[in-house]
Design a binder for this molecule. Structure first.
Ligand code: GLA
Length: 394
């Protein structure tokens, strides 16, 4: 009898254990499914395409890269321009932090100041629109008060870039610049890769090769306003630049050749400073007040290092800039005047409505023997990497 009871208890125990085991199994499967569902919901990662217009008989497409956090970066064939950067604010609300247009017509209107574009063959200014290389003098389009700006009349911002998708987070843009194009020597093959990373960074990798010695200085001309349209200017943004020096320039923004300290002066952004604080006291050339200068980054060599950090207190958005380049042009949007049409959401891009942080070699380097070299020779590969990393500070 005692034995019978014992074996019944053992059976009961086994049954209960089995049932509990099954419940546990089931729960864990359910949890996994839930997790998967959430993962799938968040997994909008990938690249989509949308027609954007036609340029020189070729279709212009807007490619949008999304990552698993919902951040998006868009770019088009025309000028290789970045058309959107959508990032979360401190409450998780998404917003577009760069200037741009609804369609290609916007980009093709007169006087577009390089919104989002790739800049080349030589970003920034070359004095008197001339340089001498291996004993030969080359003349460039004088498109900026007698000097040559951003590669001339039809720089890389106004050409058609081929775009190929690479995996689900990168776009490869290529352009072949012909020997003699805009006055520059050598056939230059340029490749730019835009990558949106899992940590909310837009990484831009540039490479170029040539068949004749030529100056090369590539950059991107995105205009940022981290309020994403909530604040019409960037005057309340705080900027930090990892630069103890800058290159003073004349009234047409051609460097004098000197390297000057920023310490304690109006150009000092070595600790975060509100952009509006000293803006009206600074001569930005061309009779303007504001910033439009090249800062000399605190670095030696071409390691990828932090160059700048930008913070917008209301949204909490924070953007860090890392680069392999020796300089950065901080331009406070002094020429914006609210007249551009076809803008995204009809926004008015007013004076100081957005700012640029153009990582670069120093302006006019081909005419300034003491500045870091910008001449690319056959057999060499030009390389530059810049990262714009987005996060929030609460
Ligand atoms: C660069 C220049 C500025 C201005 C803008 C475009 O940042 O340094 O002077 O030409 O491009 O308007």
């Amino acid at each position: 009898m005692v034995n019978k009871i014992k074996s019944m208890k053992a059976i009961q125990y086994l049954v209960i254990s089995f049932v509990l085991f099954c419940v546990a199994c089931n729960n864990s499967t359910e949890n996994k499914n839930e997790q998967k569902e959430t993962e799938t919901n968040n997994m909008k990662a990938g690249i989509t395409e949308k027609p954007f217009g036609t340029f020189e008989q070729k279709p212009v497409t807007e490619y949008t890269i999304s990552n698993a956090n919902g951040m998006q970066v868009s770019a088009i064939n025309y000028g290789g321009a970045v058309t959107k950067i959508i990032t979360p604010d401190k409450n998780g609300t998404m917003g577009d932090v760069v200037t741009g247009f609804e369609s290609l017509d916007g980009f093709l209107q007169k006087g577009v100041p390089y919104f989002g574009a790739l800049i080349g063959r030589y970003g920034n200014r070359i004095g008197k629109a001339k340089f001498t290389l291996d004993g030969k003098t080359y003349t460039l389009p004088a498109n900026n008060s007698g000097n040559s700006l951003h590669g001339g009349d039809k720089g890389f911002d106004k050409v058609y870039w081929n775009i190929d998708k690479q995996g689900d987070s990168s776009l490869k843009l290529t352009y072949q610049s012909k020997d003699g194009e805009q006055g520059y020597p050598g056939n230059l093959n340029v490749e730019v890769i835009y990558t949106l990373t899992a940590d909310n960074s837009l990484k831009i990798d540039y490479t170029a090769t040539t068949d004749k010695a030529t100056p090369v200085n590539l950059t991107n001309h995105s205009y940022f306003n981290l309020s994403a349209g909530k604040d019409s200017t960037i005057l309340n943004h705080e900027l930090e630049l990892n630069a103890d020096n800058y290159t003073p320039a004349d009234d047409l923004l051609i460097p004098t050749g000197k390297i000057a300290t920023v310490k304690g002066g109006l150009m000092d952004f070595t600790t975060p400073k509100m952009i509006g604080k000293d803006l009206e006291s600074v001569n930005a050339g061309f009779g303007k007040r504001g910033f439009d200068h090249n800062w000399v980054l605190n670095k030696s060599g071409n390691a990828l290092e932090k160059a700048a950090a930008l913070y917008e207190p209301n949204s909490g958005r924070y953007m860090e800039v890392y680069t392999t380049e020796p300089g950065i042009q901080f331009y406070s949007g002094n020429f914006l005047d609210g007249t551009l049409t076809n803008t995204k959401n009809g926004q008015k891009y007013v004076k100081n409505g957005a700012l640029c942080l153009e990582t670069q070699h120093f302006p006019d380097s081909p005419n300034q023997p003491t500045f870091p070299n910008t001449i690319l020779k056959p057999g060499e590969t030009y390389k530059q990497t810049t990262i714009y990393k987005f996060s929030v500070k609460k």
